[in-house]
Write a protein that binds this ligand. Structure first.
Ligand code: ATP
Length: 132
């Protein structure tokens, strides 16, 4: 059976290199399941969930957006940050959520609203992937 050889790259280097029988991504076009022999594809990933069946086991990740590239049963995912569900620190994500919410409700004109909104989205996504 064909598999997809997938490499996930962050600014820290190669986060993971694995074979997957399906990669489920979230892009602006919605949710998409990428199976072996899919046509070539380049798409932007949203802050959301990524899942893959690796050696028959479903692995779930929180991903902070990025770029997905697929061709010839090779996938590359470039992202600023990704965590496996079991790597997510709930206390840290909760603190990040509260910090962002405080910034968004502040009247301080120096607050970067877009930055706080994106930080909130990342924190909520981590909590969602963790099932909180
Ligand atoms: P924080 O304010 O807590 O740093 P953040 O959303 O600003 O949150 P990022 O810049 O997205 O953090 O990520 C920085 C690094 O920390 C990345 O390697 C990311 O995988 C990791 N990271 C961030 N939040 C968590 C978390 N809740 N659990 C595990 N790893 C995390």
């Amino acid at each position: 059976m064909s598999v997809i050889h997938c490499r996930i790259i962050t600014p820290h280097g190669v986060y993971k290199e694995t074979d997957a029988s399906i990669i489920n991504i979230e892009s602006e076009a919605g949710q998409q399941g990428i199976l072996p022999n899919h046509m070539p594809l380049v798409t932007m990933l949203k802050i959301g969930q990524l899942s893959m069946d690796e050696s028959g086991k479903r692995e779930e990740y929180a991903i902070s957006g990025g770029l997905f590239y697929f061709r010839g049963n090779k996938a590359e995912i470039l992202t600023d940050a990704i965590e496996n569900k079991n790597e997510i620190d709930v206390d840290r994500a909760t603190s990040a959520k509260e910090r962002a919410e405080r910034r968004l409700s502040s009247t301080d004109p120096n607050i970067d609203i877009i930055r706080a909104q994106v930080a909130l989205e990342r924190a909520l996504n981590r909590l969602k992937v963790k099932g909180r």
